[in-house]
Each structure stands twice: as structure tokens, then as C-alpha cells.
Design a protein around this ligand. Structure first.
Ligand code: 9UX
Length: 72
């Protein structure tokens, strides 16, 4: 069963930023889907909690260079 996480991601200013965030998340294990909405500073992720958690995803977004907070 997959779980959903919604992040606020600050600092993405162009669609290439969004692409690098999406790519980094999708490279992680246990990710079903990642959708980045650059205009609204939102990133929605579907993941498998047996393999990964919200905090690891959040840290991965920060490693790409953006400030990320878990909304829900
Ligand atoms: Mo766009 Mo983002 O030129 O890290 S790629 S600002």
C-alpha cells in the first residue's frame, strides 16, 4: 500500500529546477510517483512506507538545493 506526502519546496525558479527535484526523488527506492508543481512550490510524492519515509524524501529535496517542509 502506498502513502502520500505533500511538501512545500522553496527556491525552485524554473522548470529545470522542478526536473532535478523530480529526478532525485524518483531515483530513491520505494517511490511510486513524484509530481512537482513549480508555480505553487508543491511536490506530491507517493511512496511505499516499508522502503522509505517522508524525512528521507525531504532530505533528498534539500540535497538538490531547495528548502523543503512536509505539509501533510
Ligand atoms: Mo533554472 Mo533551477 O535555470 O536549480 S535549473 S533556476
Amino acid at each position: 500500500e502506498s502513502k502520500s506526502a505533500l511538501f512545500c519546496v522553496i527556491g525552485m525558479t524554473c522548470s529545470a529546477c522542478a526536473g532535478s527535484v523530480e529526478k532525485a526523488i524518483k531515483r530513491l527506492p520505494g517511490i511510486k510517483e513524484a509530481v512537482v508543481d513549480v508555480l505553487n512550490n508543491r511536490t506530491q510524492v507517493l511512496f511505499y512506507p516499508d522502503f522509505i519515509n517522508e524525512e528521507t524524501i525531504r532530505e533528498t529535496i534539500e540535497d538538490v538545493g531547495f528548502e523543503a517542509t512536509l505539509i501533510e
